[in-house]
Design a binder for this molecule. Structure first.
Ligand code: G3I
Length: 325
């Protein structure tokens, strides 16, 4: 039987994953079982979920994902330690000084990483630290600590990495925005210049198959995608697509769904064309639950299964791209 995972394995890459929110949808378990060997907890390991008030760690939700991974023998792309979003106000507005905020960061990294040491295959240590022009995003981390917060986060992640998690920087629009991609390459070099360790760069790949009010279209061609992956892979780190979805103006026509299928096809091919591209994760299973329509009104239909859990043309395009190698 065809499945994304079997084809990915044949192609010699490490993982094919989905973002996961555990919900009462039995079809999702079947789909995960048939197609994926990895998942990223969609929200449960973020700071607001795991440490909603200072040093008060709430692991009930994240623990369910750890148990699911163990039960189903799945890799987990753990997400995420240092980010400006879904960060509780006690951190973002806490008014901490440099030293205290580093202490806050250390305590968080220590507690969360050690708890999930046996389940995390990869960790997004740092998420979305860049502006579109490649400069650093203005966040409480940058304002309080300066750019050193980046190598500090990776140093702490290495210190508390009791398992074998690969340490990642993760961001969006790295797939085509050269200035931002150059920013990611600079981050890799910065961490190394401090003697730190970074194992990989995650390319989120929240793309659009056609021009929409919130995204340029069509999505990048294969040469652009490959060049973007090489921009950091050639520095000696792994790369991966970590949050793929391909949105469009809804409701989609058959023609739009075919353009989307072609887009998924070349995303897959671009990963398989780059030796250091270790895997790909799609940001959800069914269009029914994608984050997109709630955030970008009139856009969506971005995933591989439609709202009735039927495979879309995109599924077959993606599968064909994985097999093309
Ligand atoms: O759980 C509460 C629920 O109790 C409440 O009734 C409801 C009302 O709004 O909100 C629910 O929380 C929502 C949560 O998703 C779970 O559904 C949050 O409001 C909502 O903001 C949150 O959105 C998530 C978003 O990150 C937040 O930034 C999306 O699910 C998630 O897919 C999305 O994922 C991000 C990655 O982490 C980083 N890269 C971009 C990507 C897409 O935005």
């Amino acid at each position: 039987r065809d499945s994304l995972y079997k084809s990915m394995k044949k192609s010699g890459r490490s993982f094919i994953g989905t973002a996961l929110t555990l919900r009462d949808e039995p079809r999702e378990d079947e789909i995960v079982d048939a197609n994926f060997n990895a998942f990223t907890p969609e929200n449960s390991m973020k700071w607001e979920s795991t440490e909603p008030s200072q040093n008060n760690f709430t692991f009930d939700d994240a623990d369910r994902y750890a148990a699911y991974a163990k039960k189903n023998h799945l890799q987990v792309h753990c997400h995420t330690l240092v980010w400006h979003s879904q960060l509780p106000a006690w951190v973002s507005e806490g008014g901490f000084d440099n030293k205290t905020l580093i202490g806050v960061m250390e305590n968080h990294i220590k507690k969360v990483m050690t708890r999930y040491a046996s389940v995390c295959t990869r960790w997004d240590v740092l998420n979305e630290a860049l502006n579109e022009n490649g400069t650093y995003r203005d966040t409480v981390w940058l304002r309080t600590i300066g750019e050193a917060y980046i190598p500090i986060a990776f140093r702490l992640a290495k210190k508390y990495n009791r398992g074998h998690a690969k340490l990642y920087y993760n961001d969006y629009n790295l797939e085509y925005n050269e200035e931002k991609t150059a920013g990611a390459a600079r981050i890799v070099k910065l961490i190394k210049s401090y003697g730190g360790c970074i194992d990989g760069v995650g390319y989120q790949a929240h793309l659009a198959s056609e021009s929409t009010p919130t995204a340029p279209g069509p999505a990048p061609d294969q040469a652009t995608l490959e060049a973007a992956l090489h921009a950091t892979a050639d520095l000696g780190v792994d790369v991966a697509y970590t949050e793929i979805d391909v949105r469009m103006n809804t409701p989609p026509s058959a023609e739009q769904l075919q353009v989307q299928s072609d887009t998924y096809n070349r995303i897959a091919k671009s990963c398989l064309a780059v030796r250091k591209c270790v895997g790909m994760t799609v940001w959800g299973i069914s269009d029914k639950y994608s984050w997109i329509p709630g955030v970008f009104e009139g856009e969506g239909a971005a995933l591989l299964w439609n709202e009735d859990y039927e495979k879309k043309p995109a599924y077959y395009g993606f599968l064909k791209g994985i097999k093309a190698k």
